[in-house]
Write a protein that binds this ligand. Structure first.
Ligand SMILES: Cc1ncc(C[n+]2csc(CCOP(=O)(O)OP(=O)(O)O)c2C)c(N)n1
Ligand SMILES: [Mg+2]
Length: 349
């Protein structure tokens, strides 16, 4: 391993230390707009949950760079799979904000926008990693030029599914990118007791899957790493494992209290590496963004969120019986009892 194996284009202070990808000015500013939307989406969804207007939500504060750059380089025909922390990348890939609000709000996915090529996100850890390899195998059989991007967390890499998926991908070389958002924690379990290797990317070698480690708070580095992995996959060279090192600045979900386990000094140190501040400085240095334009951009994004929220709140509340009614053909007696008890509580909205 080299001294600093972590691929970076921008330092945490926002200075350029690597080759900036050759992207149009609008694309560079577009990445910033998505990151701002990610922060606003996360903050407002948490606030809505606290007000009883939204279901349980998993914030992504601190992970905006990876959440945007794992999806932004993908083409329309590519696929993106993930878990709850990849809810925002789905929006970048083309799933409407309203659709994600409905998912978190407990609505049935009857009108799920499959045309965006994102499978409804998984809660059972790492299951989506196997699904991704399956889709990539189908693409390979059909000799099509598409790639499957799959996101998961550091904790999910301890699941058998993650390891089985990597093994299969190493052997059969389907066009898939495994992107691990290493945010330091699996709820209250720190990364260092999740695996005995220093970097999760090191595990790729054991499966014959080329791997790299990127600064997950550097949107340009993640963008470039994903672009190169997608090019490799589409050229028939198989899978890549990318470990994006980032940090969860918020709670695991709205049902969690991270003050019980997250050391305040660690949190403070990562706050100094905020991915949005870093990229904003880069854009300002390049005269691609001014304070006034930034303010306007925030207003526009807030308005976009509000427009989707207005549509969401005009919907009839989700039917709490649905989660029981569409899982079993015949409900076992203990679930029948739970259903009755649950319906007595009424809808949470
Ligand atoms: C198979 C499985 N086991 C346990 C859980 C409970 N669980 C939900 S989230 C989580 C931690 C996941 O951590 P990580 O993979 O690092 O993702 P992060 O939440 O940090 O994005 C656990 C253990 C689950 N959802 N699925
Ligand atoms: Mg994690």
């Amino acid at each position: 391993m080299p001294d600093n194996p972590i691929y970076q284009i921008l330092t945490p202070a926002g200075d350029v230390i690597g080759d900036v990808p050759d992207l149009a000015d609008e694309t560079l500013v577009g990445l910033y707009r998505w990151m701002v939307m990610a922060r606003i989406f996360s903050d407002r969804m948490v606030a809505l949950q606290r007000q009883g207007r939204m279901g349980t939500f998993a914030p992504l504060n601190g992970q905006e760079a990876t959440c945007v750059a794992m999806a932004a380089p993908l083409e329309e025909k590519d696929w993106l799979l993930g878990s709850y922390r990849e809810s925002f990348p789905y929006i970048v890939k083309g799933v409407p904000l309203l659709s994600q609000m409905k998912h978190w709000g407990g609505h049935l996915p009857v009108d799920y926008p499959y045309e965006a090529r994102c499978i409804p996100f998984q809660i059972v850890l790492a299951t989506q990693v196997l699904h991704a390899v399956g889709i990539a195998m189908a693409i390979k059989y059909k000799k099509e030029k598409q790639v499957v991007m799959v996101g998961c967390g550091d904790g999910a890499t301890s699941e058998g599914d993650f390891n089985e998926a990597l093994n299969f991908a190493g052997v059969f070389k389907p066009p898939v990118i495994f992107l691990v958002q290493n945010n330091g924690w699996a709820i209250s379990v720190p990364r260092k007791i999740q695996t005995a290797v220093e970097y999760i990317a090191q595990r790729g070698a054991g499966f014959g899957v080329p791997s790299r480690i990127v600064d997950g708070n550097d949107v340009l580095a993640v963008y470039q790493a994903v672009t190169e992995a997608a090019d490799r996959a589409k050229a028939g060279e198989g899978a890549t494992l990318i470990e994006a090192i980032t940090y969860r600045l918020g709670a695991h979900t709205t049902a969690d209290d991270p003050t019980k386990y997250q050391p305040p000094a660690e949190l403070d140190a990562w706050r100094q590496r905020d991915p949005i501040t870093r990229y904003r400085k880069f854009l300002m240095d390049r005269t691609l963004l001014t304070d006034a334009q930034d303010e306007q951009l925030h207003d526009d994004v807030n308005a976009e969120f509000q427009a989707a929220l207005d549509l969401y709140e005009a919907l009839p509340p989700p039917n709490p019986a649905h989660q029981f009614d569409y899982t079993y053909a015949e409900l076992p007696p203990q679930l029948q009892r739970q259903r009755e008890e649950f319906l007595e509580l009424g809808s949470w909205r």
